[in-house]
Design a protein. Structure first.
Length: 426
């Protein structure tokens, strides 16, 4: 029963059935939230033992007392932990506090105040800076660019990564100084960049000498279904392709231990890190090392991390299954929506009928289900198709995910029917 093939009479009939379903859901006075990708409490509880270790510990690691000043760029053992995850060398890593997003912001801020290693001048002295934004993407990436006054250029993101024909053309413009990438389990589609796309990215011939590839490997170990896809070290790939200083890779333990209280790292060429360290000496005596110490003691190495992530997966997978199940059952045959089928990360991307995403947002909100704002996955919140919605099922408990998905699916149907019947916006 494709909605687009129904007669007006059939559409009207379906509309009254779905409208009645929607009204009944509204009567339940729900208060559910599918907005941000936060771990739920059970996932956080998985890491409580990290802090019980505090009762009986010596605070010594790598020959130093981690409670005291020292080691500007992090504990060597913590660098080894991240190098285990990313595949690069420990001396290509700076450990930098609790948040990778903060590190990304800080890199851009440094580019503006001081310039990057190969900048001809600080970015604040440039008349204009453009950044490539694969869409849909992570709103907070785009908002960093926007907050510095950059022009965000949307580039379509396909299942295997950004549209490289377009990217290769755009980087011929010297004003294009970087690109945001979430290469594994992209936010929100959950796509994994293919090796061909990664190779083309590493080989990018950019007109800007200080082009910054922001390689946000936020979901490097966050697989909840099947085996984790392994990437060869991207810093090495860029070096091999002749662009050793183009890449800044970011990683985070926020969604391994405690969200916002994990450890974040930036990995890059040794020359880039020397440049960053020089600026960092004015900024801090050193980042928090007690948390680094505890994370190393608790997570040990990649093998232990992957075992830990299996426990996360056992909590996450039923919720993602519930999302897929609801979408398939409610929307599968109607021809009004497509969606992604990620096996890791924190999100599912829903593509509703063009022109209906904002209306779906409103319908969900009126029925007590908060969704990420339609358009949020595009720079300036502008989705030209008004179609994409990000589903974030991790935070609510499973029964709430199931209920929220009922509301979302009924809203997708209702909005499509309103559109087809000419009732939308009228
Ligand atoms: C792609 C991506 N990068 C970074 C972050 C934030 O990481 P952190 O907590 O380390 O700042 C998130 C959080 O949702 C994310 O989805």
């Amino acid at each position: 029963m494709k909605y687009t093939e129904l007669t007006r009479e059939q559409l009207e009939k379906e509309y009254s059935v779905i409208r009645a379903r929607y009204d009944r859901l509204c009567e339940e006075k729900l208060s559910l939230n599918l907005t941000r990708g936060k771990p739920e409490k059970k996932q956080l509880d998985l890491s409580n033992d990290m802090y019980t270790a505090l009762n009986n510990c010596d605070f010594e690691m790598d020959g130093i007392d981690v409670r005291n000043y020292g080691l500007l760029d992090g504990l060597p053992s913590c660098k080894r932990l991240f190098s285990d995850i990313l595949g690069c060398s420990p001396d290509e890593i700076i450990i930098g506090g609790n948040s990778s997003l903060n590190l990304m912001y800080d890199l851009i801020a440094k580019a503006y105040t001081n310039g990057l290693l190969h900048s001809e001048r600080p970015w604040c002295k440039e008349e204009k800076i453009k950044f490539l934004c694969p869409v849909p993407g992570y709103d907070r990436h785009f908002n960093i660019s926007i907050s510095f006054g950059m022009e965000c250029i949307p580039v379509p993101l396909h299942e295997d990564g950004p549209d490289m024909d377009i990217v290769e053309e755009l980087v011929k413009d010297p004003l294009v100084k970087g690109m945001w990438c979430t290469p594994k389990y992209s936010n929100p589609d959950g796509f994994i960049y293919s090796s061909e796309v990664r190779q083309r990215i590493a080989s990018l011939d950019t007109a800007a000498p200080d082009f910054a590839l922001i390689w946000d490997n936020a979901y490097a170990v966050h697989c909840f279904d099947g085996t984790l896809p392994e990437f060869p070290d991207m810093i090495g790939e860029c070096r091999k392709a002749g662009h050793p200083d183009m890449i800044y890779e970011f990683a985070s333990l926020s969604k391994v231990t405690f969200a916002g209280s994990g450890i974040a790292a930036v990995a890059s060429s040794k020359d880039n890190l020397t440049h960053i360290r020089k600026i960092l000496t004015f900024q801090t005596i050193g980042f928090e090392k007690v948390a680094q110490y505890l994370h190393v003691k608790f997570l040990k190495d990649k093998e232990t991390i992957l075992k830990h992530m299996e426990k996360h997966a056992a909590i996450m997978k039923p919720k993602f299954d519930a999302v897929q199940n609801a979408l398939e059952t409610e929307l599968g045959s109607l021809g009004i929506a497509d969606w992604t089928h990620p096996k890791g990360g924190y999100f599912v991307s829903l593509y509703a009928m063009h022109g209906t995403a904002k209306r779906i947002n409103t319908l969900c909100a009126d029925a007590g289900v908060a969704m990420t704002k339609a358009g949020a996955t595009y720079p300036h919140g502008y989705d030209p198709d008004d179609s994409n919605l990000r589903i974030a099922p991790s935070y609510p408990e499973l029964p709430d995910v199931i209920k929220a998905m009922q509301v979302l699916c009924v809203s997708v149907r209702l909005a499509a029917l309103e559109l087809l019947l000419g009732k939308l916006g009228g």
